[in-house]
Design a protein around this ligand. Structure first.
Ligand SMILES: *Cc1c(COP(=O)(O)O)cnc(C)c1O
Length: 429
């Protein structure tokens, strides 16, 4: 991996994890096997004892999976990586790897819905307590820290509000308290954000999203910056069993080769779509790190190499209008998940973040009218045309739904104000 030190992410995304000497094929083939033969009894014994390197059983290690892991570790600027069966498997393995009964966790409030459910409903069953706070507010993080706080878990930009947490500051704060900082880097991918550079101790990903990019695999990963942490997590993953199979690993590794190209196009398209939405009369507010109206625009520019492909916005007319937009889109797919080549649109309050419950959603500033858009790599003008016609339909849809008489000029009332961050910006989130 030493020649990789000087190479750029675009080059690494194509070459990292591929050892041309070990594998004569140009890409690592799919080792679709559960177990590996030993030459003889001594060989088997040496592999188990760890005195010789090699493969034993695919839950432990598999060459195709390992090639992807080496690629991900290199791209993130880490040391080692573990491919997991899903992003949730990665998060569960990482959190339970470092936390035990009696320990305390501080977690971002704007996170992937099931992460919040895991932290608030599953971890307490193991005796792990947590405080869910706005990690973009350093004082809130400070107040939440306890003597038994072992991990600070941050997702930035947050899902779906796109609130940005200052990784350097929150890492320093965590370290002051002898806690680890774990960052969910799914929304950015290693091309746009490298949490290790800002002091994070561990990075987790849903490979399902931008890294694979083609909406055909569910997978996750943990990237470590220390060999010892890797060893501990590898034994845990082997016991918990949530590993990524060879075929999925092959597909994700293939997806990663175009990651840099895709991320550039996601950013470019999302910027155009966000500019369009911000100027649209039917749109109340837009949250996108690439807009000057984002309350943390400057922080985003410092910490991230691009604004990413995720946009949240509020449609005038609240819940009914938001639903009408989703029913009217023709090109944007109505589906959860994100980070694929195709643009997807969804409604967090009724879909991804429904399990959080109304209280937790309110605390995380996920309003009923919030619409989340994962902007794909299509032609931006085509996307804008689709959203334009859907917003026009939402205007009549919202009026129909609330039984107004269609007098026309009057603006539809809003069921909720734009989410507030206390920074007083129009974008609000
Ligand atoms: C999707 C997602 C996850 C969970 O990943 P799965 O692969 O669906 O288990 C975690 N974090 C973020 C930010 C996500 O978008």
């Amino acid at each position: 991996m030493s020649t990789h030190d000087t190479q750029s992410p675009e080059t690494l995304a194509v070459h990292a994890g591929v050892d041309r000497y070990e594998f004569s094929p140009v890409v690592p083939p799919i080792y679709q096997v559960s177990t590996f033969s030993f030459r003889d009894a001594d060989h088997g014994a040496a592999l188990f004892a760890g005195t010789e390197r090699g493969y034993i059983y695919s839950r432990m290690l598999n060459p195709t999976v390992q090639a992807l892991e080496n690629c991900l570790a290199t791209l993130e600027g880490g040391v080692r990586a573990l491919a997991c069966g899903s992003g949730m498997a990665a998060i569960y393995t990482a959190l339970t790897g470092f936390l035990r009964a009696g320990d305390h966790l501080v977690c971002s409030d704007a996170v992937y819905g099931p992460t919040c459910t895991l932290v608030e409903q599953e971890l307490p069953r193991l005796g792990i307590e947590s405080d869910v706070v706005d990690t973009s507010d350093l004082d809130a993080v400070k107040r939440a820290m306890r003597p038994r706080t072992k991990v600070v878990f941050v997702e930035t930009p947050g899902n779906p509000t796109l609130v940005i947490t200052d990784l350097e500051k929150v890492a320093a704060l965590a370290h002051e308290h002898d806690a680890l900082l774990i960052v969910d880097n799914t929304f950015m991918s290693p091309i746009l954000q490298q949490p290790f550079a800002w002091g994070a101790d561990l990075v987790v990903h849903s490979l399902t999203k931008f890294l694979n990019g083609h909406a055909d695999v569910v997978g996750g990963a943990i990237i470590t910056r220390e060999e010892a942490q890797y060893g501990m997590l590898r034994s845990k993953l082997n016991l918990l069993g949530g590993v990524l199979p060879p075929l999925e690993s092959f597909l994700v590794h293939r997806g990663v080769k175009t990651l840099a190209l895709r991320m550039a196009r996601h950013c470019e398209n999302a910027q155009k779509v966000a500019d369009f939405l911000e100027s649209h009369a039917q749109v109340e507010w837009v949250a996108f790190p690439g807009l000057k109206s984002h309350p943390q625009y400057e922080l985003g520019k410092r910490q991230m190499k691009g604004p990413g492909g995720m946009i949240s916005f509020g449609v005038r007319g609240g819940l009914a209008a938001g639903k009408a937009v989703m029913n009217a889109v023709k090109l944007c797919g109505l589906a959860v998940s994100l980070g694929g080549v195709e643009t997807l649109i969804q409604h967090p309050a009724s879909m991804t973040h429904a399990t959080m419950g109304a209280e937790a959603r309110k605390r995380a500033r996920i309003t009923d009218g919030l619409v989340r858009l994962s902007v794909g790599i299509e032609n931006a003008d085509d996307l804008i045309a689709d959203l334009d016609q859907a917003l026009a339909a939402s205007w009549s849809g919202a009026r129909g739904a609330s039984g107004w008489d269609g007098q026309g000029e009057r603006a539809a009332p809003t069921d909720v104000p734009p989410p507030a961050t206390g920074r007083g910006s129009r974008a609000g989130v």
